[in-house]
Write a new protein. Structure first.
Length: 141
């Protein structure tokens, strides 16, 4: 059993599933927020910013993404794999870049290959509510 547990840990670390360095984002003015989420790309990972959400006992509307200065900026190569990591079991996940849906899923880890620049919008629904997460994506050749 110890060998299997050690192997699972090595596989998880090799897949890059550790959360990014530093504290996750916080939402001011409320005690309730969805679990934080992050994106992995290559050897890097970044916390995603919270978008609007309804989670447990709170609903929070954020200002429009184009007016926010707190969104992380991801610079990746065209075709690079990006992985969204959620800290809850979703019933559904929809990932959009700009207005295009790039992935529909039901897993805690959702991945796709970067093809276009734009706002990343992750909409996840789980047992405790719905949450959205945001980042800006710049794809270079």
């Amino acid at each position: 059993m110890k060998i299997l547990a050690a192997h699972a840990t090595v596989v998880a670390l090799a897949a890059g599933s550790a959360s990014p360095p530093g504290p996750p984002p916080r939402v001011g003015g409320t005690m309730t927020a969805p679990p934080p989420a992050w994106v992995e790309f290559g050897r890097s990972s970044r916390w995603l910013a919270y978008g609007s959400y309804c989670w447990e006992t709170a609903c929070v509307d954020m200002i429009p993404p184009d007016r926010r200065a707190d969104l992380p900026v991801l610079r990746v190569r065209r075709g690079q794999l990006l992985r969204i990591q959620l800290r809850f079991a979703p019933r559904s996940v929809v990932v959009r870049v700009g207005s295009a849906v790039v992935k529909r899923d039901t897993a805690r880890t959702t991945s796709w290959h970067a093809r276009r620049s734009g706002l990343i919008f992750v909409d996840a629904k789980g047992r405790s509510g719905s949450a959205s997460y945001l980042a800006r994506l710049t794809v270079r050749p």
